[in-house]
Design a protein around this ligand. Sequence first.
Ligand SMILES: Cc1cc2nc3c(=O)[nH]c(=O)nc-3n(C[C@H](O)[C@H](O)[C@H](O)COP(=O)(O)O)c2cc1C
Length: 339
Amino acid sequence: MRYLTAGESHGKYLSGILEGFPAGVKITRDYIAAQLRRRRQAPGRSARQAGETDAFEIISGLSGDITTGAPISLLLPNAGRALPPASSLPRPGHADLPGMLKYGLLNASLIRERASARETAMRTALGSFALRLHELLGININSRVVSLGGLGPITAQTAAAELLRARRAGDTLGGVFEITAENLPAGLGGFAQWDRRLGARLGAALMGINGVKGFEVGGGFGLAGASGIEASKKPLLSGGLDGGMTNGRALTLRCAVKPVPGLPGGTLSTDLKTFRKKMSVSPTSDTTAVFAAAVVGEHAAALELAAALLEKFGGDSFAEIEQRVRDWRKRTGKILNRL
Ligand SMILES: Cc1cc2nc3c(=O)[nH]c(=O)nc-3n(C[C@H](O)[C@H](O)[C@H](O)COP(=O)(O)O)c2cc1C
């Protein structure tokens, strides 16, 4: 199973293709729309999001509400189509400067268009198919924000208060989100080559989200400070992965998201045409990306876990896969339940 996205943030559409997804998975338009809504309406997003409707079109791969096994292709129209004016002022903390150097362009808007996190809407839409497959197999994948601007644990109220405080101060916040997956079959992933290790694959998928700067499995960085005796008493610290494979326990992943670099008051930059110092102002930036990134992360992880699941169990239709997963759980359960 693999996927690709295309499209710019002010282009006509974002498009996406999910290929190798099995037939016979029931998924409604409402289900996909609900996932997109979770991302769009996450706390900390700017009023700009009100302009996006995330209406989408399914172009292929479904018959009614059931997948057919053919490549699934989706279109997600963009609301604001007016291309921002050309600008030779790179926004610090963004893809602008390295992108302009890389492609030999003096117009930062041409870099921003594709580097924008608008693209993560399509990853969420494609990921909703993977999430649904897991759901039907009894695998629960969830995400939550565990800290915001260094404060944690947080509640909806403390998050709202922190976001309001930051917005009033013209500031932005980063945070940490956690993804858990329960009831995964044991033995997904592999150790025979480095790139079969599930932690490496999930790390690539999650570090591939705009603004993610850190990734941990289970105890993560904290494990480095624990002694071997301590760690051996807490198997949950392995986060559900041993030797690059699921071990039958819940999977726990965490990602650090940097504070949104676009500040309403602006950040000092250098115009690449004149080499004059100038403020780069982002009046419509989100106050934090961590809540939306958590939703994207859940979908990106679901896609990677679905790919690993299909590698292990094969199968072109949901009925085949379900049967194989059931047999496997019975077989491995005889051992795991006695440990
Ligand atoms: C859902 C989402 C929304 C984001 N919104 C903004 C934003 O409004 N303004 C901004 O400056 N950065 C925003 N970001 C973060 C930037 O996309 C990110 O910082 C930028 O791509 C550079 O990050 P990188 O160094 O990890 O690539 C958002 C990220 C995500 C995942």
